[in-house]
Design a protein around this ligand. Structure first.
Ligand SMILES: Nc1nc2c(ncn2[C@@H]2O[C@H](COP(=O)(O)OP(=O)(O)OP(=O)(O)O)[C@@H](O)[C@H]2O)c(=O)[nH]1
Length: 642
């Protein structure tokens, strides 16, 4: 697990590290760009404002030149001059160009009289009141309704204006006021105002010192400005991404002259740039603020961020897939090692197995046989591979082998005994256990059969079975097998009404043979006697050793007493012939009892008991003779067949 997790964790850490580095770099660059933009825009705007104010100054200088040329400038002269300036078109923002006459208190009445005499019947300098010095707006062009509101207004009566007027008067230079409310303002669309004054001196007066300039003062050429009109006229309405505020002096709210976006919420984290400019004696503070990220800025920012995220994701994905690939490779290596181990183990097991192992394909052709199978069938591998599997069976056993493989290839498991042929060695009985070979798609691709050689076990079983039913010395059926055969014969006799006979044969004085020649010789006599008796019988007859020197012959096809006695006589005669054994000659005889079925008994015990009784009768009759059992008046009667 760590093979995958570790590289991924490292990759994520690297990606996060790279991300934060690039993020901060992007942030820094973004900040730089904003600062650059602000800086550039601020200087650009400040320059435009300065240029525009210079132009206005120039307008005032032009107007003042009228007084330089002549002491008497008429209203018409003034009108002609200002009209020629095309203020609305070339100097947007300027409210007008005016002239305010300086009137010492001593000259106020004369001034008012003079003005009344020029057509302004109710002319009075406003506001009324006692003052040391007065001023009065006598010309203000264009003389429209708004500017007419300022006519005859004493601007010196108002401290902000007075300060600028005084500054202009003493310096001889243009002087700008602080923040004022223009007289021209109505109740609607009120804007902050400033005024620019340029002093006009009486012709020919010395103007070198402040005192001289103060004494020579005739009035002020001036222009009132509404700040928003002035700035929009100067800068247009293009400042969408920037907010500009102009303060007179420090950046206090009450000193605010202009705000390009007054409805914007206050932002304390926004990047801003401050510039101070000296505008005709007033220190203007220009504060520029980034309003919003521009679309292209945002796009670039998003692209850079996207690239960083993509790079990080790629790094993580790459590491994860590398980790997975490494883990897979390791697992594959482990699997192939384990496969190699198990293949070697299974191949060893298969080769060392004492049982034959056979693999066949779907055509029942042999693909593989292990060494044990080769040994079992006395074959070598070249003889086997490719052979049809049924060729391993002897001619008579092919069908069984084919049936087994048909069942296996149909997907069944099989366990059965089979007979195979071993080269130059006869048949081999095997216990075959087979399973079909099935691939991953569930198709049968062949079969594997394990074969245990059970030939010996089968032989042992057969021998045990034989011993259970036969006499080991003579090889004749024993009493148990005799009983079985006699009972079968009884069933057949009843069904087909076919009589049969039983002979009970006992050797005479056999003990003497043993005593004289020894037990082994006695055995040889017993074996030879059996052979001789068998030679007297038909294939359908059974000769069984009943025990010791007693034998029973079952004659199913011999239905009459006479025929049975004839067989008995043949046996008696054959047994009477001398026996040649290792330790000398032996001479024996036999006493034979005869019974017929169903006449003299209808069950095994009765028949055998009566044959035995007849045999004893023969013994009693002097031995080496035959007696037939017969029941008469409830008594046994033995008849000598001779
Ligand atoms: N060698 C040998 N002797 C056996 C075998 N089975 C039984 N005997 C002997 O067979 C003899 C049978 O004896 P008996 O049936 O009593 O008597 P007999 O000597 O045959 O005399 P009678 O039957 O009266 O004619 C015994 O001595 C047994 O020991 C055997 O398998 N081999």
């Amino acid at each position: 697990m760590w093979q995958i997790v570790l590289p991924v964790v490292v990759a994520i850490a690297l990606a996060v590290g790279a991300f934060s580095l690039v993020w901060s770099e992007i942030g820094r660059r973004h900040q730089e760009r904003v600062t650059e933009r602000l800086d550039f825009a601020a200087h650009d705007v400040a320059q435009q404002i300065e240029q525009r104010m210079r132009a206005y100054r120039q307008v005032l200088r032009g107007a003042r030149a009228l007084f330089d040329a002549s002491d008497e400038v008429t209203r018409e002269d003034w009108h002609a001059y200002v009209s020629a300036l095309s203020l609305q078109r070339d100097f947007p923002g300027i409210q007008g160009v005016g002239f305010s006459r300086f009137v010492p208190a001593a000259e106020l009445s004369a001034h008012e009289l003079e003005m009344r005499s020029t057509g302004h019947g109710d002319y009075r300098v406003r506001p009324p009141g006692e003052r040391r010095e007065f001023s009065s707006i006598v010309y203000l062009e264009p003389f429209d309704w708004r500017n007419q509101r300022a006519f005859s207004f004493d601007m010196m009566s108002e401290p902000v204006r007075r300060e600028a007027m005084q500054r202009a008067r003493l310096s001889g230079e243009a002087a700008l006021t602080g923040k004022v409310r223009l007289i021209q303002e109505t109740d609607q669309d009120i804007q902050t105002g400033v005024l620019l004054y340029l002093p006009a001196y009486r012709h020919g007066m010395p103007l070198d010192t402040e005192v001289q300039r103060s004494d020579a003062l005739m009035g002020w050429v001036f222009s009132p400005f509404r700040m928003r009109d002035l700035m929009e006229g100067t800068l247009g309405r293009s400042m969408t991404g920037l907010r500009m505020r102009i303060y007179d002096g420090e950046g206090r709210p009450e000193a605010l002259l202009y705000d390009s976006h007054p409805d914007d919420p206050e932002r304390y984290d926004a990047p801003e740039h401050r510039l101070e400019r000296d505008i005709d004696g007033r220190r203007w503070l220009l504060v520029f603020e980034q309003r919003e990220v521009t679309a292209s800025e945002l796009d670039r920012w998003r692209t850079e961020l996207g690239l960083v995220i993509m790079f990080g994701a790629l790094l993580v994905a790459l590491s994860a897939s590398l980790g997975i690939a490494r883990r897979r490779a390791a697992r594959l290596a482990a699997v192939s090692r384990s496969l190699a181990r198990s293949e070697s183990m299974y191949s060893t097991l298969v080769n060392l197995s004492g049982e034959g192992i056979l693999s066949v394909d779907v055509r029942q052709a042999i693909e593989f046989a292990n060494p044990a199978l080769h040994r079992m069938l006395n074959l070598d591998s070249r003889d086997v591979v490719g052979l049809p599997a049924d060729e391993l069976a002897p001619d008579g056993g092919r069908h069984a082998l084919q049936a087994m493989f048909t069942a296996l290839l149909a997907g069944e498991t099989v366990r059965m005994e089979l007979t195979l042929k071993a080269r130059d060695r006869g048949d081999v009985t095997v216990l075959a256990s087979g399973v079909p070979r099935i691939d991953s798609d569930g198709r049968v691709t062949g079969a594997i059969v394990v074969m245990a050689d059970i030939s010996e076990r089968k032989a042992d079983e057969a021998r045990i079975a034989w011993l259970a039913t036969h006499d080991s010395l003579t090889g004749l059926p024993n009493r148990s097998l005799l009983a079985d055969r006699l009972n079968r014969t009884l069933v057949a006799a009843r069904r087909y009404d076919t009589p049969f006979c039983v002979l009970f044969i006992d050797l005479d004085h056999f003990k003497d043979v043993n005593d004289r020649l020894g037990h082994q010789a006695g055995d040889q006599v017993l074996i030879e006697a059996s052979r001789r008796m068998l030679s007297c019988l038909r294939a359908a007859d059974t000769l069984a050793r009943h025990g010791g020197d007693e034998f029973v012959a079952l004659l199913p096809e011999t239905g009459s007493v006479d025929a049975a006695c004839a067989v008995a006589e043949k046996i008696r005669a054959r047994l009477g012939e001398p026996f040649m054994v290792e330790r000398g000659d032996a001479q024996i005889s036999a006493s034979i009892g005869v019974v017929t079925c169903p006449e003299q008994g209808e069950d095994f015990d009765t028949l055998l008991a009566r044959a035995d009784a007849a045999m004893y009768a023969a013994k009693a009759d002097g031995r080496n003779t035959i007696a037939v059992w017969k029941e008469q008046d409830g008594k046994q009667d033995f008849k000598d067949p001779s």
